[in-house]
Ligand binder design. Structure first.
Ligand SMILES: Nc1ncnc2c1ncn2[C@@H]1O[C@H](COP(=O)(O)OP(=O)(O)OP(=O)(O)O)[C@@H](O)[C@H]1O
Length: 306
């Protein structure tokens, strides 16, 4: 058996006769931040709920810290912390009272000495929960999660609704938690969050995993793009490895050999004495990969393939 904190093999989850998760594999490695991305209704929440031990899988095998989370929820409590989108703590308690209550509910597990300070809430310890801002409440959730010294954290859209400064602050806290050796699996709809934080990502679509890997691997699965404006009357183009389209004087080359095709273009322009306008060359972005997963999904749905 592998020692990955999260091991999912062939997970299938159904609601009645609807298959929400259709036999996915997922491995989250020790000490990494892993982002589970996906289109709406892709099956992310169902997968997370299964990993958190709230749902019994209908097929496949799920191991969290080596245990079946459905059968061993109590044994995993504290070692695994989940931060959901809605925490539902009593608004009249202060942040520190909430933390003490939480720690009483998890006896025998003590984490960092000052979890509130860890999430930059030390100065708000005596403020009632209902008086905290949305961002501060989400950070309180994180403080509670960390207070049991978890090896593994499940975070459901940890920065949804936060302003850019709060988001950056949460990212810094999550990076610090990773630096301490904790493992984090998060879902997010923000692709820039996945790009900024995660070591590896999976993009889910309609119950399956469309693509998985490090960010570099995922973007490398799609063609890079070269774009430039050509001067009027420019002669025949050089042969590119990738596909080129010339539209109204704007050249686009989609290529998996970016360096080679860029060199060909520049050498050709030099030879012909052309000045290239608005030249850009870049790998695919995660947003482009995601858009293409969504486009393929929409096309498949139109054809009724599932
Ligand atoms: N209790 C339920 N009964 C029936 N179908 C459900 C139930 N919960 C979820 N589903 C369906 O299962 C599929 C997967 O839902 P899930 O919530 O896991 O997706 P998701 O990727 O988290 O979506 P989102 O990004 O929109 O939150 C969706 O088609 C959803 O409508």
């Amino acid at each position: 058996m592998s020692t990955n904190p999260v091991e999912v093999n062939g997970l299938t989850s159904v609601y009645g006769d609807f298959t929400a998760v259709a036999g996915i594999d997922l491995q989250v490695r020790q000490g990494e931040i892993f982002a589970l991305l996906g289109t709406n209704g892709a099956g992310k929440t169902t997968t997370m709920e299964t990993l958190e031990g709230h749902r019994r899988p209908q097929g496949g095998e799920v191991r969290v810290l080596g245990l079946d989370p459905f059968r061993n929820r109590r044994r995993l409590t504290g070692r695994v912390s989940a931060v959901l989108q809605e925490s539902g703590f009593a608004g009249d308690l202060t942040a520190s009272e909430t933390l003490r209550l939480w720690q009483r509910l998890h006896p025998g597990r003590s984490g960092p000495p000052d979890p509130l300070a860890l999430v930059d809430l030390g100065h708000r310890a005596d403020v009632r929960v209902k008086q905290l801002s949305g961002g501060e409440r989400r950070r309180l959730d994180l403080a509670l999660a960390v207070s049991t010294d978890p090896e593994l954290l499940f975070l459901d859209e940890p920065t949804t609704g936060l302003d850019p400064a709060s988001r950056e602050r949460t990212w810094r806290i999550l990076r610090d938690l990773r630096a301490e050796g904790r493992t984090i699996l998060l879902t997010t709809h923000y692709l820039e969050e996945a790009e900024a934080l995660s070591d590896r990502v999976s993009i889910m679509d309609r119950g399956t995993i469309a693509i998985s890997g490090t960010l570099a691997e995922v973007v490398a699965s799609h063609a890079a793009r070269i774009r430039c404006a050509l001067p009027p009357g420019a002669g025949p183009l050089p042969p590119f490895e990738g596909e080129s389209v010339l539209d109204g004087g704007l050249l686009t080359v989609w290529t998996r050999r970016l360096q080679q095709d860029l060199h060909r273009l520049l050498a050709w322009a030099e030879r012909e004495g052309h000045e290239l306008g608005r030249l850009s060359a870049a790998d695919a972005s995660l947003a482009e990969v995601f858009a293409s997963v969504r486009a393929e999904s929409a096309a498949a749905e139109l054809e009724g393939v599932r």
